[in-house]
Structures are given as structure tokens and as C-alpha cells.
Design a protein around this ligand. Structure first.
Ligand code: PEP
Ligand code: MG
Length: 361
């Protein structure tokens, strides 16, 4: 047993010596970050911040949704900011000295809002009894107004940031003040700010200006790179323009697969897709293993066009494919700098990245 473990460790260290791809992790909590570090993660490639708005913080989120004016909205954001700063403080501390890519909030709205069905039932019952609360009535109206048929293709990511003023700025302030505080304590935080679901360069310019303004106000004492996800076909096609406003790209192959194929991510486990697999139309789901001809071609386009604008542009991938062995070989081929995957897949990613480099010689 021990001997086997030792030889696996030797093999992985050998892979580390030869691989060209960096291996980072997807992690949103300090615990996951610490676990990933033990598995050999060289940083965080994706911290999803949306889950930080759930649970006990739902009340502030409700206030944000219900905000009738700027003052209401700012009050709700002011409640969230210290909580976010603590989130980032812990995360950056756990990854001290290593890059931590923090993605600005990107929830499909239905995960972020109270359930419309539950709320409608609650309000209907209360109305029957003549006891409907004003708060619930208002909340239901807001949730109905925001309801979407396809939340995964709607008000998410950069769109949300542009529609709710102050939301991204609050997160950026929380990141910068957390970094400043850690630096005061003699630590070495390395945050990077990432903007999701960009499809038009104008979106990126607007958000980048706002992020830079907030970073200048806080003056966190070190450059914080500002990059973007490439996860829409359009973004891959105009990657030359996008690169002008981005310090790095991270390919979001989950959304890129969804939007290239027109397959809903939410339905991928469902009946239709499993029948496709049964019939052998696909040997494997394109959500698991990169579809080189379609999605992969778009990744390649994004790489080539991005680097045509900025030769040294830093490139990574943080979709599920970042931990899939076959896909890792593809990411090596197209010249990415790193893959990012869930903590438990890191040893395999290190190994495969090494194999990809050896096969390339
Ligand atoms: C992606 O789309 O590939 C991605 C990493 O982002 P998310 O899964 O959070 O949409
Ligand atoms: Mg995505």
C-alpha cells in the first residue's frame, strides 16, 4: 500500500517537472482552498461568488431586489460588503502567495430570487385570510417582474452588474479592502478580478472602468489584474477586441458548450440527453469532455485572436472540462497557461498535464 502511494507521488512529481500547464482549483471557501493546496493547486482559477449571497444573507438580497431608490439599494449593499470582505479575507489568506481569481457575481436569477411559486402560494393563502403582508406582496411583484423563462440565458453575470448599480463595485471594494488588510498583516494576497458572461466589448469596457475607479479609491497597494470569462461564442469570435480590455481570459466551457450546442445545462441530466447517449449519437456528453470540432474550435479562435492582440495574454479554463483528462490534452495543445478544476481532480490534472507535455515532445 505505502509503496504504491509513494510511487504515485513520484509519478505526479515527475509530471510536475515536465508539464507546461499550470493547475489551479475551483474553490469558493477557505476549506476548499486549503484542501486544494494539499492536492497541489497552484492557485484558484475560479471563485464563484454567487453562493455567498444565499443562506443567511438572503434578507439583504431581498432588500436589494426590493430597493425602491438609490438609498435603499446602497443600504442593502452596505450590509453585504463587510460579509463579502470577510469571505475574501479568508479565501485569500488560505491561498496566500498564490493567484486567486475572484469572479464577480454570476447567478442564474432563479437561484438568487425567492421561489416565485412558493411566494405566490404564500401570498394567495394570506390574501384569502385577509392578512397578506405588504412586504410579501411587494416581493412577489418584484419576483414576477424579474421572472425569466430561461434564467441561464438571461440576467446573469456582467448583465446583472450593469443593471444593478453598485453591485460589482461593492464586491470589488470588498476584494481590495481584504487584500489591503492582509498586506497590513504581512501576508501576500494575490487577487484577480474576473468578469463573467461578456458578449460585447462595450460591456467589458464599462465594468472595467468601474472596477478601476474602485481599485484606485481603495489603493490596495498592488496591481490587481482584471480579466474576463470567454464563455459565449460571440466572445470567442471577438476575442481580439476583448483582449484590449482584459489582462487575462478564462474559458468557461460549461456555458460555451451550452450556447454553442443550444443544449440547456439545466436539462443535460434529463431524459432527452440520456437518450442521445443511449442511441450512441454521442459517446460522451460534450459537457464532460471537450467537443473539439465545435466548442474546441471556438476556444482555439479565442486563444488565437486574444493573443493576436496581446501576445502574452494569460489564458486558462475553469469549466468542468478543466479536470477532464482528454480535455486537458486539448488545452495543452491550444496553448493555455493553466487549467482549473475541483480540488479532488487536481492530482489527475497534474498527471495528465504532464502526459500531454511528454506526448508533445
Ligand atoms: C463555465 O461556464 O464554464 C463556468 C466556469 O462558469 P459557471 O459554471 O459558473 O457558469
Ligand atoms: Mg459560466
Amino acid at each position: 500500500g505505502d509503496e504504491l502511494v509513494a510511487s504515485v507521488h513520484r509519478l505526479i512529481r515527475y509530471a510536475d517537472d515536465v508539464r507546461r500547464l499550470g493547475v489551479r482549483t475551483n474553490a469558493d471557501t477557505a476549506d476548499d482552498a486549503a484542501r486544494a493546496r494539499r492536492f497541489g493547486a497552484e492557485g484558484i482559477g475560479l471563485c464563484r461568488t454567487e453562493h455567498m449571497f444565499l443562506g443567511q444573507r438572503r434578507e439583504s438580497v431581498e432588500r436589494l431586489i426590493l430597493a425602491a431608490d438609490d438609498a435603499d439599494r446602497d443600504a442593502a449593499l452596505a450590509e453585504l460588503e463587510p460579509l463579502q470582505r470577510d469571505d475574501f479575507l479568508e479565501l485569500l489568506d488560505a491561498m496566500d502567495g498564490l493567484p486567486v481569481t475572484i469572479r464577480l457575481i454570476d447567478p442564474p436569477l432563479h437561484e438568487f430570487l425567492p421561489s416565485m411559486e412558493e411566494l405566490a402560494v404564500k401570498v394567495a393563502v394570506a390574501r384569502e385570510r385577509g392578512s397578506a403582508s405588504h412586504h410579501d406582496e411587494k416581493l412577489l411583484a418584484a419576483v414576477e417582474r424579474l421572472h425569466e423563462q430561461n434564467p441561464m440565458l438571461g440576467l446573469r453575470g456582467v448583465r446583472l452588474g450593469l443593471v444593478i448599480p453598485g453591485l460589482f463595485a461593492m464586491q470589488v471594494r470588498a476584494i481590495a479592502t481584504a487584500a489591503l488588510e492582509l498586506r497590513r498583516r504581512g501576508r501576500d494576497p494575490r487577487p484577480e478580478i474576473m468578469i463573467p458572461l461578456v458578449g460585447a466589448v462595450q460591456e467589458l469596457h464599462l465594468v472595467r472602468d468601474e472596477v478601476e475607479r474602485v481599485l484606485a479609491e481603495v489603493d490596495a497597494g498592488a496591481e490587481i489584474p482584471i480579466g474576463t470569462m470567454i464563455e459565449l461564442p460571440r466572445a470567442a469570435v471577438i476575442a481580439d477586441q476583448i483582449a484590449e480590455a482584459a489582462d487575462f481570459f478564462s474559458f468557461g466551457t460549461n456555458d460555451l458548450t451550452q450556447t454553442t450546442w443550444g443544449f440547456s445545462r439545466d436539462d443535460v441530466e434529463g431524459a432527452f440527453f440520456s437518450r442521445y447517449l443511449e442511441k450512441g449519437i454521442f459517446a460522451v456528453s460534450p459537457f464532460e469532455s471537450i467537443d473539439r470540432e465545435g466548442v474546441g474550435a471556438l476556444v482555439r479562435t479565442g486563444v488565437d485572436r486574444g493573443r493576436a492582440t496581446k501576445p502574452g495574454l494569460k489564458l486558462g479554463v475553469c469549466g468542468e472540462h478543466g479536470g477532464d483528462p482528454d480535455s486537458i490534452h486539448f488545452f495543452h495543445e491550444v496553448g493555455l497557461d493553466y487549467v482549473s478544476c475541483s480540488p479532488f481532480r487536481i492530482p489527475v490534472a497534474r498527471l495528465e498535464a504532464g502526459r500531454a507535455a511528454l506526448l508533445d515532445e
